[in-house]
Design a protein around this ligand. Structure first.
Ligand code: SAM
Length: 303
């Protein structure tokens, strides 16, 4: 029997591939028609939010091969699921969670986290690319997730309520707007700032005291030419909770490898600062190794 995810993908793919506009534009129309009840894919019984997200993700991946820059790619599912499980540990005591993602793209990472939290959550998402933001908006409707979407440069002033949790697959590279960059502590004295540094700073600005930010970062983050600014900023404004090296098998080559950086915004109380967890995530297909990794993460989250 064909799975619900496959049926959803086939339905969206057929609609997105049939006209003469760009695939992603037609995909947005197909999602809108489905969300508004004009058409719907076949399914075997009840369809879960994760089945919808995965079916959509397959179609978006196909559309992205046409015309999306490498730096705008969706967060891969294996990494999204890992971040979602860690996020759930960090907000386990909250009944309601307000999540933020300042570089939300298609929303795939954000929706993976929201679907996984399994409790009342709402989100604020920022994305500069209009097509990706519209894809995110129709996906939110289909997944029945409450998301406020801002289509703008996330490094400009943002009118957001402080969040309980932030996730962000950071856009990596130089930020070209030096004048705006001057509003950030991590703007270097000479040359352009790193966008990924400024995104960390901006995200921290929009977290509640005590809240965590989970960032997907280049593994060489702490060895770059501008890492001195980053070290100073992190020391003065955050608690570094963990740096988790992702398995090399997830990336095409070592230069593209990524890590998960987990920061906490200080809450101002006098609680002792926990040690930084430095760990390597095991091969995610090794079930036993993942069970013991998450047993350690549970203890760590409770610290
Ligand atoms: N997590 C996303 C997902 O699952 O689709 C992927 C994020 S992708 C690695 C980084 C995103 O940051 C891209 O969608 C890009 O358009 C966006 N971006 C880059 N610079 C930005 C800026 N200054 N303001 C807002 N978004 C920006």
């Amino acid at each position: 029997m064909t799975s619900n995810t496959e049926q959803i993908f086939t339905y969206l793919d057929t609609a997105a591939d049939s006209g003469d506009q760009l695939y992603l534009e037609q995909l947005i129309t197909a999602c809108r028609d489905w969300a508004e009840g004009r058409t719907a894919p076949d399914s075997n019984g009840t369809v879960t939010k994760e089945e919808i997200r995965r079916g959509l993700q397959l179609a978006i991946l196909k559309g992205m091969r046409q015309n999306v820059q490498p730096n705008h790619q969706m967060t891969p599912d294996a990494i999204g699921m890992l971040i979602a499980r860690i996020a759930a540990l960090l907000v386990s005591e909250k009944e309601e969670v307000q999540v933020a993602d300042l570089a939300a793209g298609t929303g795939n990472l954000l929706f993976t986290v929201m679907n996984h939290l399994g409790r009342l959550s709402s989100a604020t998402a920022v994305e500069i690319d209009d097509v990706l933001a519209r894809l995110m908006a129709v996906s939110a409707d289909l997944l029945e997730q409450e998301v406020r979407i801002f289509v703008q440069d996330a490094l400009r002033p943002l009118l957001l309520d402080p969040a309980d949790l932030a996730v962000c697959d950071l856009p990596v590279g130089y930020y070209p707007d030096d004048e705006n960059g001057m509003n950030f502590e991590m703007m270097p004295a000479e040359g352009h700032a790193y966008a990924h540094h400024l995104f960390i700073e901006q995200t921290l600005q929009h977290l509640k005291p005590g809240a965590h930010g989970i960032f997907l970062v280049p593994s060489g983050l702490f060895e770059s030419a501008q890492s001195g600014n980053l070290h100073t900023f992190l020391k003065n404004h955050t608690i570094i909770r963990a740096v988790l090296q992702l398995p090399g098998t997830l990336f095409k080559n070592a230069a593209q490898s990524k890590s998960i950086l987990i920061l906490q915004k200080p809450s101002g109380d006098k609680a002792p600062i926990p040690d930084v967890l430095l760990a390597a995530v095991p091969d995610m297909t090794d079930k036993q190794a993942m069970v013991s990794f998450f047993a350690n993460m549970e203890q760590w989250a409770a610290e």
